[in-house]
Ligand binder design. Structure first.
Ligand SMILES: Nc1ncnc2c1ncn2[C@@H]1O[C@H](COP(=O)(O)OP(=O)(O)O)[C@@H](O)[C@H]1O
Ligand SMILES: [Mg+2]
Length: 391
C-alpha cells in the first residue's frame, strides 16, 4: 500500500514504563498510537509509519527501523526546541526520583540555568508545588518557566498577569446580557485551566498584576484551600482546583523595581521561590555563540563583557549605574550584529536609552558610554577606571 499521505515515521522509545513514539523532527505521537502497537513495535525493534486506509482512516504500521533512520538523515537540522524532548512524568517514587535526577537532559540548549535550579524547578512542578521565579528583568525567568512547561507532557496555560487590566474578567469571567437569554455568566479560560487535572499554569509577571488579582488568587494558591470563588455565578459559589495542577509564576524582585507593586507577603508565602541567577560573562558569551554562530566570536565576547561589567558595577558598593545590561539586551545586540549593524549602532539603540542622561558628564549614560567605547577601541576595560579617577 502506497497511500500514506503523511510520511510520518516514528521510533518508539521506552521511558520509565511508558513507550513514547517520536518522529525524527522530535514531535511526539504517543497519543495517536495505541499502547499495544507501540509496545509491539518496540519489542520487535521496528518503527511505525502512519498510513491511511481506503476509508480514510489513519493507522500505524510496523516498518523496518532503517526507514525511520532515513527520515532522520533527511530531516533538516533539529531546532533546540525540537530536541527539547517532552516526557511523561512517571507515577512511582523510584521512577519519579530517577526522572527528577535525570531531568537536566530535558533542559533546552538555549536556556542557561544552574543545573541544580533546573532540577529543583522540575521537582517542584512534578510535586505540584507553586513556583515563583524571581530575578531582575531579562534574566530568563519567563524563558525558564516556558521551558519547564514545554519539558513536561502536561496540559498548559499561559496568563500574562502584568497585562491584565481587569483581573476579575481574566480570572473569573464576564457577566453578559442578551435579550433572549437575559443575564448569563461566561467563565474565563483560567476557570477552565484550574479544572484541568495536571495542568501547568503559567502566571507571568505576577508582581505587575493588579492587587485584585492577588486577592482572587489567594485561595487558589493555598494548598489547604485550592478553590476559586465565583461570586458572580448563582448556585456554584466555588470551583476546586483539579488534582495535580501546578502554578508557575514570575516576578521581578529587586531594588531596581520599586515601580512594581510589592507582592503581598501572604501571597509570596504560597510559593517555592527559585531565584534566577544573572549569567557570568563566559556563560553569556557561550549563549550568544550558540544563538548566533555566524557572528564573529570576538564581537560577541565584547557584548558579554560589556554586559557583565555593567552588572558588576550596578552591584558594587557605590555603583555609578543603577542597573546592569540584561541578558535580554545582550541577545538583542547580538541579533543586531547578526543583521549587519555595528556595535556603535547597536549600543545606541539598545543600551543608552536604558540609562539616564541627566547630569551630563556625571550621568549614568555617560558612564555606560565610556564602558562601551573602551571595549570598541581595544576590547578591554583596563583604563576605564583610571580615566574615572583622573576626573
Ligand atoms: N538565562 C538565560 N538563558 C538563555 N537566554 C536568556 C536567559 N536570560 C535571558 N535570555 C534571553 O533574553 C530573553 C528575555 O528573557 P526572559 O525570560 O523574557 O526574561 P525575564 O526574566 O524578564 O522574564 C530571552 O528570550 C532570551 O533570549
Ligand atoms: Mg518575563
Amino acid at each position: 500500500m502506497k497511500n500514506n499521505q503523511s510520511g510520518i515515521i516514528c521510533k518508539v522509545v521506552k521511558s520509565g514504563n511508558r513507550y513514547n513514539a517520536w518522529d525524527a523532527q522530535g514531535n511526539k505521537h504517543t497519543h495517536d498510537i495505541t499502547t499495544g502497537a507501540r509496545k509491539r513495535a518496540f519489542a520487535a525493534g521496528m518503527a511505525l509509519e502512519r498510513r491511511v486506509n481506503k476509508s480514510g482512516q489513519r493507522y500505524w504500521w510496523k516498518v523496518p527501523m532503517s526507514m525511520f533512520e532515513a527520515t532522520e538523515n533527511s530531516s533538516s537540522q533539529i531546532s533546540p526546541q525540537a530536541t527539547n524532548v517532552e516526557v511523561e512524568v512517571p507515577a512511582g517514587h523510584e521512577e519519579m526520583m530517577e526522572f527528577i535526577q535525570n531531568s537536566y537532559s530535558l533542559k533546552p540548549k538555549d536556556l542557561v540555568i544552574n543545573p541544580l535550579k533546573w532540577k529543583y524547578l522540575i521537582r517542584s512542578a512534578v510535586r505540584g508545588k507553586n513556583i515563583m521565579m524571581t530575578g531582575p528583568a531579562g534574566c530568563g525567568k519567563t524563558l525558564a518557566a516556558k521551558s519547564l512547561v514545554n519539558s513536561l507532557d502536561r496540559p498548559n496555560f499561559y496568563f500574562n498577569m502584568g497585562a491584565t487590566q481587569d483581573p476579575r474578567a481574566t480570572l473569573i469571567g464576564n457577566v453578559h446580557f442578551e435579550k433572549s437569554k437575559g443575564t448569563y455568566f461566561s467563565e474565563s479560560l483560567f476557570v477552565k485551566a484550574i479544572q484541568t487535572p495536571n495542568a501547568v499554569i503559567l502566571l507571568d509577571e505576577l508582581t505587575r498584576a493588579h492587587p485584585d488579582a492577588w486577592n482572587i488568587l489567594m485561595t487558589v494558591l493555598d494548598q489547604g484551600q485550592r478553590y476559586l470563588r465565583l461570586d458572580e455565578q448563582d448556585g456554584q459559589a466555588t470551583i476546586n482546583v483539579a488534582e495535580g495542577v501546578c502554578f508557575v509564576s514570575t516576578a521581578n524582585i529587586g531594588n531596581e523595581y520599586t515601580a512594581t507593586r510589592q507582592l503581598d507577603k501572604a501571597l509570596l508565602d504560597r510559593f517555592v521561590i527559585i531565584e534566577m541567577d544573572t549569567l557570568s560573562d563566559e556563560e553569556e558569551h557561550g549563549l550568544l555563540q550558540y544563538m548566533f554562530p555566524s557572528v564573529d566570536s570576538e564581537e560577541l565576547k565584547k557584548v558579554s563583557s560589556i554586559a557583565f561589567l555593567t552588572r558588576s558595577e550596578a552591584n558594587a558598593d557605590n555603583p555609578r549605574i543603577s542597573s546592569g545590561i540584561s541578558t535580554r539586551t545582550s541577545v538583542e545586540i547580538a541579533g543586531l550584529l547578526f543583521d549587519g549593524f555595528n556595535m556603535n549602532e547597536a549600543a545606541d539603540i539598545t543600551i543608552y536609552p536604558q540609562y539616564d542622561a541627566d547630569g551630563g558628564a556625571d550621568s549614568e549614560r555617560t558612564f555606560v558610554k565610556q564602558i562601551v567605547q573602551k571595549f570598541m577601541d581595544d576590547g578591554s576595560s583596563d583604563d576605564l577606571f583610571d580615566v574615572d579617577e583622573e576626573k
